[in-house]
Design a protein around this ligand. Sequence first.
Ligand SMILES: Nc1nc2c(c(=O)[nH]1)N[C@H]1C(S)=C(S)[C@@H](COP(=O)(O)O)O[C@H]1N2
Ligand SMILES: [Mo]
Length: 327
Amino acid sequence: MLIKKPDDIKSSEITDKTVYLNRRLFMHGAALLGTTVATGLVYRKLNPAPVEKAKGEKLATVRQPTSESAAQSGFTVNEKLTPIEDITNYNNFYEFSTDKHSVASASRGFVTRPWTVSVGGLVNKPTTFDLEELLRFPQEDRVYRLRCVEGWSMVIPWVGFPLSKLLDRVEPNSQAKYVAFQTLYDPKRMPNQATGVLDWPYVEGLRLDEAMHPLAILATGLYGETLPPPDGAPVRLVVPWKYGFKSIKSIVKIALVAEEPPTTWNIQAPNEYGFYSNVNPNVPHPRWSQAQEHRIGEFSSRNTLLFNGYAEQVASFYTGMDLRKYF
Ligand SMILES: Nc1nc2c(c(=O)[nH]1)N[C@H]1C(S)=C(S)[C@@H](COP(=O)(O)O)O[C@H]1N2
Ligand SMILES: [Mo]
């Protein structure tokens, strides 16, 4: 996000996700598979397949999601899934590289076991969860749009569970008003943390009511496999109505706090990135419009939707707030 350049989308080789799609019965995904493959072939003529693929990591099949909430409307976007090669080879993850095409190779072999997430602060029951415990929360399928502030978007089939379920377990007390998140800080494992390109560790935050919304999930996987390193292994936040940078990756710490917590991109450029960062086509970034977006893997642009298309679910959080001031 520091270096602005026109989106140089390298779409890529389509591997066979038929097995996955059939097994998991992503009906719309299966129905669109023909189209996806056809598009992929056209793309392959224009762009050679990337040499490096994030796939090939030892990714395990994640726990079978419960179908319970997956079927609920609002949790599944009925749009063509972005191919996994794009989801895993076009990433913002500055701890590994500031080049979206290099994150996959730079994060290859990132060791995510053992892994713990400590949850504390203004809570009755501070708890450190190890990854196995997090995977024991009932996992759900969520197909969400992800819209980067840079102007590109994807549709990603996540596996995860509502953040609210985790917060309920630690019992936030009455003083808790915000939730602060922190990424791992370990320059040996995250080599770009040896540079000063951002203020490490990466931190993010939500208002407590936002954090409790069922759309806000902790993702542990995508396309039915454990989270690939470039997408924030082993556990990352996904808040689909906000710009992508709010969805912090490789989380090790969560704290309930009374005041609005600092957030990395706001520290970096306070006039450009606010605390809320709700997707809003009507509020341009100071240096570019947010009215449109480029769906990765497609040719044409589309109009960006207020709250990234989730207005019906979340707009009421912001009634009475001037969204130009609280950007
Ligand atoms: N720790 C950490 N989390 C991060 C980032 C980062 O650089 N470091 N980049 C953010 C940005 S700008 C975006 S758009 C999304 C991208 O997620 P994806 O690579 O899975 O598509 O991750 C967000 N989470
Ligand atoms: Mo982003």
